[in-house]
Design a protein around this ligand. Structure first.
Ligand code: ADP
Length: 258
């Protein structure tokens, strides 16, 4: 198992300071949900944690500092799924998923491993043929393929930026099941989510970012309160409890428009 530690992480774009002094540790085999309003710095934090952005501060996978790793070593340790899918490229679904194995092949070719590719596609509930063209898929189907590409090599650390944004209820459920299984098997998960109730049922801890800083870090019950969320999002919200899991739920508050 591999822990993910972020220490005093600061990141900027030109004149915008997007993240300031963010610190946390995710023990190996644990899940941290990243929440916060638009522009809070979630995607910046995800990219910096994935080793894809210049930064100040430290990011460690286990004992290894991210900047000391080659792209191939990094790819073997962690998978990153961006929020937006990449450019429309004329690959098949199977080819796109197999790219998640490229670091294992000597010349960075994509090894033909149809059984592993099929297993990863089943894990995300992809229902079309693996010979379908990637650029002919719907947004939700493309998101499933990117997730399968992240899962196919079974990396120790999964870093996912809004992985359910385009998924329907059935595929959300399937992904929650798969991610819970992966974490139970020892994977370390950092996942940004706008759906706060989903963060609560997927992650044992959540980190609330606002204006690039950590506003709260704790269990879902500690962080998902009307006071804390109202301050972070700038609107009142209604907090409840999931009827069977007893995790917090968060709904829009009609007082905001009545
Ligand atoms: P979130 O994911 O929480 O919505 P982001 O990390 O995308 O937030 O953005 C944090 C801040 O950094 C925002 O103010 C955003 O405008 C800015 N930002 C993000 N990406 C860029 C970029 N490529 N160039 C300049 N500013 C950026």
């Amino acid at each position: 198992m591999t822990s993910l530690t972020v220490e005093a992480l600061t990141a900027s774009y030109d004149t915008t300071v997007a993240l300031q002094e963010v610190s946390f540790t995710i023990p190996g085999g644990a899940a941290l949900g990243l929440i916060g309003p638009n522009g809070a710095g979630k995607s910046t934090l995800i990219k910096a944690a994935a080793g894809l952005l210049p930064k100040q501060g430290n990011v460690h996978y286990g004992d290894l500092e991210v900047e000391a790793l080659s792209m191939r070593e990094l790819a073997a340790l962690r998978a990153y799924v961006p929020q937006q899918s990449e450019a429309a490229l004329p690959y098949t679904v199977a080819e796109a998923v197999a790219m998640g194995l490229a670091h294992q092949s000597r010349f960075y070719g994509t090894p033909a491993e149809p059984a592993r590719v099929a297993r990863a596609l089943a894990e995300v509930g992809f229902e079309k043929s693996a010979t379908a063209r990637w650029d002919h898929l719907s947004g939700g189907e493309q998101q499933q393929v990117l997730l399968a590409r992240a899962l196919v090599a079974s990396p120790d650390v999964l870093i996912l930026d809004e992985p359910v944004s385009a998924l329907d209820f059935k595929h959300r459920t399937q992904l929650v099941k798969t991610l819970k299984q992966r974490v139970a098997q020892g994977a370390t998960l950092l996942v940004s989510l706008h759906d706060l109730a989903l963060a609560a049922l997927l992650c044992e801890r959540v980190l609330l970012l606002a204006h690039g800083r950590v506003l709260a870090l704790g269990t879902p019950h500690e962080v998902l309160t009307p006071e804390i969320l109202g301050a972070a999002y700038g609107v009142p919200v209604v907090c409840g409890t999931h009827p069977t899991l007893h995790t917090p739920t968060v709904e829009l508050d009609p007082r905001a428009w009545q």
